[in-house]
Design a protein around this ligand. Sequence first.
Ligand SMILES: [Ca+2]
Length: 435
Amino acid sequence: MLMLASCSFGEPPEPEGGEPPNLPTPSGGAPETPATLMEVVAEGLEVPWGLAFLPDGTALVGERESGRILSIGVDAEGTAAEPEEVRTVEVDARGEGGLLGLAVSPDFEEDSTVFAYYTTEEDNRIASIDLGSDAEPEPILTGIPAASNHNGGALAFGPDGYLWAATGDAGEAGSAQDADSLSGKILRIDASGEPAEDNPDPDSPVYSMGHRNVEGLAWDGAGVLYATEFGADIADEVNRIEADGNYGWPLYEGPAGDPDYIDPVLSWEPFEASCSGAVFVEQTLITACLRGQRLWIVEFDSNGEPAGEPQAALVGEFGRLRSIAMGPDGMLWVTTSNRDGRCEEDSGCVIDEADDRLLRFSTSYAAEGRVLCRTGTPRSHSASSPSRAAARGRSRAGNAVPGRCGGVCAPPPSPAGWRPPSRSSPSASPRPRAG
Ligand SMILES: [Ca+2]
C-alpha cells in the first residue's frame, strides 16, 4: 500500500540561534525534488536495517530478524510498488544481530550482485549474493566477532570503488585496540573480500580502529568518509575517518584531547542521538537516530568541520530511525526501527500497528522539519492529544497526515495555527568537538 502525504506548513519560523543550513537538493543527474514531500512507501516491516538501491531505482530493504531482502520497484513516475521478497538470508538474529547492512555491486548490471553483512551462529560475515540466480550467499569475509550487542553492520561501496564495512566490539571492548581482531574496526576490501591494496596494512582489511560500534558510513561531496558510532553512556560520535586512525575506544568515549587518538568531529548525549544510518547531501550530513528518534542535520565546511549548529528534524515523529539513504529519485529514504525491542514508552517511543515503516522525504521536507522540530519537543501521548497511531489512522483514510513534532498536518496549511515549540535546555544541544 502506498500513501501520499504531501503537506506544507507555510513559512517556517525564524530559527533561533543561527542560520539553518540550506539543505541542498542532490546534484549529479538526480531529478528535481518531487512535489511529494513525504510518503510512506511500506508498512508492517519487521526491523528493517539495510537499505540500498539498484541502478534502475529499485530499493532493497533487509529485515534484520527475518533475514528477508525485499525489493521495492519505483516506476518512471516515481511511484513505488509493493515490497517483494527476493531472497532470505539465514541469520542468527540474537540481540542486535541478524541481517544488517546491504550494498549493491557497482557492476550490478553485469553481475546482478548485492553484498550483505549478517550475523551467523559463528560470526559476523560479509557475503555476495547473486540475485540473478538461486545460489546461496557466498561469504567473502568471515570471522568478524559476533555477540548479542555491538555487531556494527554498516556496508557500502565508497567512491574509491572498494567495499567498506564497519564492525562493533562485540562486547569485548579491548578488541577495538587489537589490530589483529576485526572487532571495533572500519574495514576496506574489494568485492572478493581481499584487503584493498593500499590499506594501511596491505595484508589486512583494517582501515581504522578504536571503534565501539559503528553502524553508519557516509562520504561527503569531496569523498571524505564519516562514520556514526554508538558510545556507551557518555557520547555518541560522528568521526571523520582517516587511514590507520585510532578513534580511542575503549580508552575514551567522546572527545579526549589526547594526540594519540582522533577525537570525534561531533558528539551527542545518547538520549538524543544513538544515530545509526548516515548520508551526505553534498556537504550536509544527515543521520538517522534510534534513541533520539530524529534526524540530525549538520553542514560541514571545506575543512571537514561542522559549519554550524546541528539541527534536529522529525523529532519523535516516526519513533526510532535506523537507516537513511539518498534514492535515485532525489528523495531521502528512511527506515523506522520501532519493533527492535528497544522502543520504550518512557522514552516517548510508541509502536503502532503499521510499524515498521519505510519512508521517503524530499530534502525540503527534512529541511523544514529541522526548523520546526529543532527544539526537540517530545510528542505528547496524553489522551487529549493526537497520538502517532491516531494521526496515522487518519492518514490511512487520507484525511490528514502525520505532522511534525507530534502534531497533525491537515492540508490546506494554516501557518497562523502553528505554534513554535518551546526551546529545549542548553544541555540538550549537541556539542561540537572541544578544541
Ligand atoms: Ca571515539
